[in-house]
Design a binder for this molecule. Structure first.
Ligand code: AMP
Ligand code: ZN
Length: 115
């Protein structure tokens, strides 16, 4: 746990969030600045700075988090229409919160390649 980490504070309940799904080790909540009709962030409750460090430290957690993204897609009703999973990692990818989070984006056509 990192007390100056925004997403650790959401896990603690110190910062409010609109939670859409939760397991004992993962939390899914709506992005505060949605980029598509469905925009959910899926995070581990334990602090890891990015996807690679989470996968290296705890592969089972990384697998569980990926499985939860699929559950979120079903709950949001976008599993059939399609969705995009994004782990921004580092400066060139515009990672702004250094607590790993998977963006689940859906509900409109998502252009490719990304800008
Ligand atoms: P990234 O650029 O990949 O690090 O994404 C960080 C995401 O966190 C952005 O999409 C923000 O809109 C989102 N975000 C920042 N603060 C909050 C918050 N308090 N609750 C929900 N989402 C947030
Ligand atoms: Zn954190």
């Amino acid at each position: 746990m990192s007390t100056d980490c925004l997403f650790c504070r959401i896990v603690e309940g110190a910062v409010p969030a609109t939670v859409v799904h939760e397991t004992d080790i993962v939390l899914a909540f709506r992005d505060i600045d949605p980029q598509s009709p469905t925009h959910v962030l899926v995070i581990p409750k334990e602090h890891h700075p990015d996807a690679a460090s989470m996968a290296a430290a705890d592969p089972a957690l990384a697998g569980h988090l990926l499985a939860v993204t699929g559950e979120v897609a079903k709950l949001e009703g976008v599993d059939a229409s399609g969705y995009r999973l994004v782990f921004n990692t580092g400066a060139d990818a515009n990672q702004t919160v250094f607590h790993v989070h998977c963006h689940v984006l859906a509900g409109r056509h998502l252009s490719w390649p990304p800008g």
